[in-house]
Design a protein around this ligand. Structure first.
Ligand SMILES: [Zn+2]
Length: 128
């Protein structure tokens, strides 16, 4: 769990204002994932076992493709899949009018989980 500052975002689709956690400008190798309904957040590490697996399957080293794939494979939060984009908690839109405005507070953000068998080596699975 990390305590991250939250920054103000404004949704273009519904005009709603909300707070989204930010790792700041020096977040190499880490990203905040967001649930598709905009209500949950999790941090992901680019050097975890799951991340290395994703990187090894991508034909590109494009960062956006990497985070998009990693987010899609993370365990859902409260039944909602994760995405690498910021989603509005009011309407679920990813279309923002602004992001990164004033600091609005802090939020405790857990690490994304990857409990899928996809990321458990067969030898570990056999031991269960
Ligand atoms: Zn909205």
């Amino acid at each position: 769990m990390k305590t991250l500052p939250t920054l103000e975002a404004i949704c273009r689709a519904c005009g709603g204002t909300f707070s989204h956690p930010s790792l700041g400008d020096f977040s190499y190798g880490e990203a905040v994932l967001c649930s598709v309904d905009g209500k949950g957040y999790a941090t992901a590490d680019a050097f975890s076992a799951a991340a290395r697996h994703v990187r090894s399957t991508l034909a590109t080293d494009d960062g956006r493709a990497f985070w998009t794939a990693l987010a899609a494979l993370a365990d859902p939060m409260d039944g909602a899949a994760l995405t690498a984009t910021i989603r509005c908690p009011h309407c679920g839109s990813g279309d923002l009018a602004s992001w990164g405005g004033r600091t609005t507070g802090t939020r405790d953000v857990p690490e994304a989980r990857f409990d899928s068998d996809l990321f458990t080596p067969a030898v570990d699975r056999a031991r269960r």
